[in-house]
Design a protein around this ligand. Structure first.
Ligand SMILES: Nc1ncnc2c1ncn2[C@@H]1O[C@H](COP(=O)(O)OP(=O)(O)OP(=O)(O)O)[C@@H](O)[C@H]1O
Ligand SMILES: C[C@@](O)(CCO)CC(=O)[O-]
Length: 405
């Protein structure tokens, strides 16, 4: 339990989404995965208030709830067997129907309960917006959890330097992982690690994430199939398959581990561009085939794979699968624009993205102007700071994050 600093001026926290290059699902079983941050982020405006009210505004998913701080129970370590059990404690009170909004409010209630709640806990308005598609495999949930954890830790005076030190990041990552457990049950921790640390990471559950000093720039196309999926259900499906056929599924998981090990070596190798692209293409194809064997592909993902393969651009699903996004390697000279147009004609959304940008960031100013004043000037018609933040254009909101280093 910490004392929330109600004297803190409004500030903005942001955290990136992720793309898993190799190793999703296998990473849940202790195998290695390789992931990088994408240049789309979640942004949270935290404004302390003096009236003991806690307001959570999530405009992307239609949530605006206000509770008296005393309605959110203080939670000590050990009060709950699993962070997801918070539902049983506060589920009745939050008045939000099932769906993304409910999960998001429960993750907040858990982290607020652990980090802030208690007698005398002051109020707070927190508004989170995201430029990441929700539930598409790009780690929108982890970016949201990292924003919550960093905002509440900052309010509690638990961070040394606005989230910038190694100790700050470790703390943010640990708490964000608990927020992810509310949403996903048994996540591996890779998504929140990428959202916290940014860059490229080699990740194995239970070990510190290893930043990969990639010597090769990788162009990728991300295609959102717009098919909704549930990470929790897909992870549970793989678990059921493994329980039924351990001797088969464990070999598949080991093979995926081998792919991540190959990718890690390739990222750090001095191989020339052509050789690297050939080997990367092979392992992208192999990884997708293995994920398909685990039952987490979808006809829309197979369609993306066929369209891009016809142009010699290999694709794999990224994230949990079952819909969501595919990742396509764009080798030098590949007709990325033509392929993106072909995919768009089939109703898919494509983003060409830069992988490996900055992780979590907390800012109190924009170009030396305090956040509150900057929002007031940028969204001049808004009634208050939360409404102003909610009204910012995507281009303006992106100015609240650090530039790519
Ligand atoms: N803009 C947002 N505002 C509030 N909550 C969000 C937002 N985006 C995502 N979330 C939270 O994240 C959840 C989506 O998690 P889900 O795992 O389905 O998708 P994802 O994280 O985008 O995909 P993946 O885990 O495969 O990378 C939502 O239910 C909500 O709780
Ligand atoms: C499917 C999975 O491996 C990645 C989801 O982005 C689940 C996890 O690692 O928690």
């Amino acid at each position: 339990m910490v004392t929330v600093h109600s004297g803190e001026a409004p500030f903005v926290v942001s955290a990136p989404g992720k793309v898993i290059m190799f190793g999703e699902h296998a990473v849940v079983y202790g195998k290695t995965a390789i992931a990088g941050s994408v240049d789309m982020r979640a942004y949270g405006l935290a404004a302390p208030r003096s009236d003991q009210q806690v307001r959570l505004v999530l405009p992307d998913i239609g949530v605006d709830v206000q509770l008296d701080a005393t309605q959110l129970p203080r939670l000590a370590a050990g009060d709950l067997a699993h962070p997801g059990d918070v539902e049983a404690l506060v589920g009745q009170r939050i008045g939000v129907p099932d769906g993304p909004g409910r999960t998001a409010v429960l993750a907040f209630a858990y982290l607020y309960g652990r980090l802030c709640a208690g007698s005398g806990a002051p109020g707070l308005s927190l508004c989170v917006r995201s430029l990441l598609p929700v539930g598409a495999g790009l780690g929108s949930s982890a970016a949201y959890s990292v924003v919550l954890a960093a905002a509440l830790l900052q309010l509690g005076g638990q961070l040394q330097a606005l989230g910038a030190t190694a100790a700050d990041r470790r703390l943010i990552n640990e708490w964000a992982f608990q927020g992810e457990q509310v949403a996903h049950g048994t996540p591996s921790g890779i998504d929140n690690s990428v959202a916290t640390y940014g860059g490229f990471l080699e990740y194995t559950r239970g070990r510190d994430p290893l930043p990969l000093p990639s010597t090769h720039a990788l162009r990728v196309l991300i295609t959102n199939t717009n098919v909704p999926k549930s990470t929790k259900a897909l992870v549970a499906g793989v678990r059921a398959l493994r329980d039924a056929h351990p001797a088969v599924v464990d070999h598949i998981l080991d093979a995926i581990h081998g792919i991540s090990a190959t990718a890690s070596a390739l990222f750090q190798s001095p191989a020339d561009g052509g050789a690297l692209e050939r080997q990367m293409s092979d392992i992208v194809r192999l990884n997708h085939a293995l994920l398909s064997a685990l039952g987490v592909s979808h006809p829309a993902l197979e369609r993306v794979r066929d369209i891009t393969a016809a142009r010699h651009m290999p694709s794999k699903l990224t994230g949990a699968g079952g819909g969501g996004c595919a990742l396509t390697l764009v080798p030098a000279g590949a007709p990325a624009a033509a392929v993106a147009a072909e995919l768009a004609a089939e109703g898919f959304c494509c983003y060409e993205t830069v992988v490996g940008g900055p992780g979590v960031a907390i800012t109190r100013t924009v170009n030396a102007v305090p956040v509150a004043a900057w929002i007031a000037a940028t969204a001049a018609q808004a009634a208050d700071i939360v409404a102003g933040f909610a009204a910012l254009s995507a281009a303006d909101i992106a100015r609240l994050a650090p530039a790519r280093g």
